[in-house]
Design a protein around this ligand. Structure first.
Ligand code: OOB
Length: 569
């Protein structure tokens, strides 16, 4: 965890060529790649081969449990490792038959259903890159992902959460010429059913190499449009192996996927892919609420799961009165947003399991408290990195290293942290230091024992109970309203979610007046994920300014926090 700044610069200068980079994303410089291989982090595995090996070793062991819609277990599907492997093979052949091959991008927007794994492993196998959209995303986000990645296909459920994804797909397809296929889990409507993807077995193809990209993950972001995070087989599988060791996931574990499967936390910390790497069992929860999750824990003998803080609070409270036996649960991971010490203390008594805090990011670095850490570390810190080669720097505004214990900006570099976003050279110049450290935007303090405590955030983002909202993205949607002159989106404190979004709006002189409800409706009507619609709109005549004439979001945050505090007093 020391700074081994040896003058290697982003872009492969200093005589060190990239070995893993592509024209689309900087990879790891050769010297680092060699080091990560020599240390045994990168072992030359790919996801496609990983599943094949597990399926060969224990074909009849259950890999995926999908309870389906019925609460009584009558719609449950159980896929063994052998079945998942066979399905992934057939789907890979089918994708190739459709002309989807190595390097192609495929936007995957599936809820927590077994097909998620069939499709994703098929894509891994052919070397096409899943682009992981969340079920909540709508026209605005999906159109951007499809257009920006020049996606060849888009994979959806028919209807999920009451929303018809086939209609969304029809609209997006009309706008994005590269999008040749819409594949539907369920009733396809005008599109193609996954079940009808033609499997042509036996066509030989070149799968990806371990240093190739495996997928594009979404960044929480702070910019107008989300940036894409290119992860390789080698680097991601290392993070799974490391996570499994730290969270003690082995072939006896049963991982409940309660959060949306595509998110990096339930995917890899240690998540569904960690569980599959360990030869364990994955149970998919269609929703994370206790009424759905608790019966599944009891019935399937779930040993480990991960939640964002608001859900952990709900579970903690619900556990007191549940008729369900939760005693199989050994570990509850909580992360995605800051978990308060007070709430953290309640987990073990209420749920009878060990709390593990996880502070991670889709860009790479993941920190965990360890299962045998003293209670004070478990409840009072956000853990320490997976890898001895995760380099952590805490710096001031001028990138000068701060003494241990002081609060500053977290920079990181290591064996599973990206060196740049996908097709984003301009952002990369500011989001990474010249020597390849990722600027996390998080404000942290390091304890003497090397644990991180998250103290705040410098990035222009709202963390709404783990769901990230980029202020600029929402400001752009508000600015599209004809009556709006200017907009500034900030966080406001919330007892349940931690933070919610508040939009400060300046109307145009003489413009048609607009009310808060109408403005929210306008924003929702632009087709974006519901969690991004501002929770509150405040109209004002002018924004407070900083010394250099920029909008002072700090003052806006203070103003709304004071207003809310006055109300509850
Ligand atoms: C996880 O990943 P992302 O990419 O959605 O968000 C990353 C950001 C971090 O930079 C930080 O701002 C925040 O989410 N965050 C936390 C936190 N965990 C994440 N802030 C405070 N305390 C925590 N424990 O959110 C993610 C990825 C993998 C594992 C866990 C979470």
């Amino acid at each position: 965890m020391t700074d081994t700044n040896d003058g290697v610069t982003a872009g492969g200068e200093g005589g060190m060529p990239w070995v893993t980079g592509t024209a689309e994303a900087p990879g790891y410089p050769a010297a680092y790649a060699e080091r990560y291989r020599a240390a045994g982090y990168w072992r030359g595995e790919t996801f496609g081969r990983m599943l094949r090996e597990r399926a060969t070793a224990h074909p009849d062991r259950v890999a995926i449990v999908d309870p389906g819609p019925a609460a009584d277990g009558s719609t449950t599907r159980r896929w063994t490792y052998g079945e998942l492997d066979g399905r992934a093979d057939r789907m890979a052949a089918g994708l190739l038959a459709l002309g989807i091959g190595k390097g192609d991008r495929v936007v995957v927007q599936l809820p927590n259903v077994a097909e998620f794994f069939e499709v994703v492993f098929a894509l891994f196998r052919v070397g096409a890159l899943p682009v992981f959209a969340l079920p909540a995303h709508r026209d605005s986000e999906i159109r951007h992902f499809c257009a920006f990645t020049e996606a060849a296909a888009y994979v959806i459920p028919d209807v999920a959460g009451g929303y018809d994804h086939r209609e969304l797909a029809t609209r997006v397809r009309a706008d994005v010429p590269t999008l040749r296929h819409v594949l539907v889990a369920g009733d396809p409507g005008p599109h193609t059913a996954l079940a009808d993807v033609p499997a042509e077995p036996g066509r030989p193809f070149d799968g990806p190499e371990p240093h190739d990209l495996a997928f594009l993950q979404l960044s929480g972001g702070s910019t107008g449009v989300p940036k894409l995070i290119p992860r390789t087989h080698d680097d991601y599988i290392y993070s799974l192996r490391g996570s499994n060791e730290i969270c003690r996931v082995d072939e006896h574990s049963v991982y409940l996927c309660a959060l949306p499967a595509a998110h990096n936390f339930p995917l890899s910390s240690p998540g569904t892919l960690g569980a599959l790497h360990a030869g364990a069992r994955v149970v998919l929860a269609p929703r994370p609420s206790p009424d759905v999750a608790f019966p599944l824990i009891e019935r399937e003998g779930v040993t480990i799961t991960g939640l964002v803080p608001p859900l952990a609070l709900v579970w903690t409270e619900a556990a007191a009165n549940t008729p369900h036996d939760l005693s199989s649960l050994d570990v509850l991971l909580v992360g995605g947003a800051k978990f308060s010490e007070e709430a953290a203390r309640r987990v073990r008594p209420a749920l009878g399991c060990t709390l593990q805090q996880v502070f991670g990011m889709a860009e790479g670095l993941v920190n965990y408290t360890r299962l045998d850490d003293p209670e004070e570390i478990i409840v009072g810190t956000q853990g320490r990195p997976i890898s001895p080669d995760d380099e952590i720097r805490v710096v001031d505004d001028e990138d000068r290293d701060l003494p241990v214990g002081e609060t500053g900006h977290l920079l990181t570099r290591g064996p599973y942290t990206i060196r740049g976003y996908w097709r984003a050279p301009e952002h990369n110049a500011t989001s990474f230091t010249p020597d390849g450290f990722y600027r996390t935007g998080d404000v942290v303090r390091l304890t003497e024992d090397g644990y991180l405590v998250v103290e705040g955030r410098a990035k222009d983002q709202i963390n709404r109970g783990g769901e990230k909202v980029a202020a600029e993205e929402i400001e752009n949607h508000i600015l599209a309203h004809p009556s709006v002159h200017d907009a500034a989106v900030v966080s406001m404190p919330d007892p349940y979610l931690g933070e919610r979004t508040c939009a400060y709006v300046v109307l145009r002189d003489g413009a048609e007046p607009v009310r808060s409800g109408a403005l929210k409706k306008f924003i929702r009507g632009r087709g974006l994920a519901d969690y991004k619609v501002p929770d509150r709109v405040e109209f004002t005549d002018a924004f407070p300014q900083t010394g250099v004439g920029k909008v002072s979001k700090k003052d806006l945050r203070a103003a709304i926090a004071a207003e809310l505090a006055a109300k509850t007093r």
